[in-house]
Design a protein around this ligand. Structure first.
Ligand SMILES: NC(=O)c1ccc[n+]([C@@H]2O[C@H](COP(=O)([O-])OP(=O)(O)OC[C@H]3O[C@@H](n4cnc5c(N)ncnc54)[C@H](OP(=O)(O)O)[C@@H]3O)[C@@H](O)[C@H]2O)c1
Length: 336
């Protein structure tokens, strides 16, 4: 294996023009890590927010040169001495250690990953699709099922609204909620209606041409049990009023567009409903990922269409991601 690798890094917070391709040492393994030869890096909205400096205060362990990338797929090429669940040669879907230790992310030929953030994938799951799994799918899973978030259990027949159903988090959430026996209404733009329907949505709302509040009345005259908002505060007017008494609004924390969190949680209490801000958590991530990969391997999960960018086109990918209108999931093709 090589000692040096190609990576994409930034040396200051700012625009997508600040990316540069660099040669840097392959990161060193800790005892609980595996070293992955990266095939694809998943590109997430958090990446551009990190690049622009929006997470700089929340993540003081980040330093320059900074290699972004929270998700990856690839092949294990070395294992730390404590690693038991993965072997050299395994194809994996993984997160990275960037968020937790500031180690280089997946916009690189190699990435070190704690084994708890990596799972083996079968041949039937493509490496491109595998790079879209870790952050979006576990965020959706936890938002719906974690006891302190949606607390959804199988067979409750609950009514759920998923706002932003065509995105990375939303497209997994629609499918997980359907598989749990929920009735699912979704919002998306006109061009994504048929995609969201193909994921299993029972009730389509085109937020470009329809009033969400009015339309939702025919789906749930007494309100829905759960709203999963993957978009932002303000994308639905008065979302707490669309809930049944005791219902829950789960807002995926966007960092940039969360509105007044304290005020909204207090208002929810007054109205007899709940408002939870959800951050993806490490807890149970490996088991969740293993379940999700098994569903994909069994053909029970539609993986989002991927749009692939070369390392040289990273600025273009980030600029598109920043619009919030990318279709499917963007991935950076590293080597495969
Ligand atoms: N805090 C955490 O732990 C965490 C984890 C994961 C994600 N996130 C955040 O969650 C958000 C979503 O992430 P993602 O990966 O799903 O993003 P994404 O793949 O870029 O999807 C965003 C989707 O939002 C839809 N959209 C835009 N405006 C809308 C509106 N007004 N109403 C309804 N849908 C709208 C777009 O679809 P249309 O073209 O159909 O409008 C797009 O598909 C991001 O802000 C991300 O940073 C946070």
């Amino acid at each position: 294996m090589k000692n040096m690798m190609q990576a994409i890094s930034i040396n200051q917070w700012g625009s997508a023009d600040y990316f540069q391709q660099v040669n840097m040492p392959v990161p060193e393994l800790d005892a609980d890590d595996v070293l992955v030869k990266v095939a694809y890096a998943g590109i997430n909205p958090a990446d551009w927010k990190m690049r622009a400096g929006h997470l700089a205060q929340a993540m003081p362990n980040l330093g320059f040169p900074l290699v972004l990338g929270l998700d990856a797929s690839g092949t294990v090429v070395a294992t730390g001495k404590n690693v038991t669940s993965l072997n050299v040669g395994d194809r994996v879907a993984s997160g990275t250690n960037l968020f937790h230790s500031g180690k280089p992310g997946s916009y690189a030929q190699y990435v070190v990953v704690n084994e708890q953030r990596a799972v083996k994938i079968p041949e039937s799951v493509s490496l491109a699709a595998a790079a879209t799994l870790t952050t979006p799918a576990t965020t959706a899973w936890q938002a719906l099922f974690s006891s302190e978030k949606g607390a959804l259990t199988h067979g409750q027949g609950k009514k759920i609204l998923i706002n932003g159903a065509s995105g990375g988090v939303g497209s997994y959430a629609v499918q997980f909620a359907k598989q749990a026996g929920a009735e699912v209404a979704t919002t998306s733009s006109t061009q994504n209606l048929s995609y969201v329907e193909s994921l299993g949505s029972d009730f389509l709302i085109d937020y470009k041409t329809q009033d969400i509040t009015q339309r939702l009345k025919s789906f749930a005259p007494n309100g829905v049990d759960l709203i999963l908002d993957t978009v932002s505060a303000g994308s639905i007017s008065n979302p707490l009023d669309l809930l049944k008494p005791g219902g829950t609004l789960i807002s995926i924390a966007t960092i940039t567009d969360d509105g007044d969190i304290e005020a909204s949680m207090a208002l929810a209490k007054e109205k007899g409903v709940h408002h939870v801000y959800a951050m993806v958590s490490e807890e149970g991530m490996k088991q969740q990922l293993n379940k999700i990969v098994a569903m994909a391997a069994a053909g029970e999960l539609i993986l989002p269409p991927t749009e692939s960018f070369s390392m040289l086109d990273i600025a273009q990918a980030h600029t598109l991601m920043e619009t919030g209108k990318a279709r499917g999931k963007m991935v950076l093709e590293i080597s495969h």
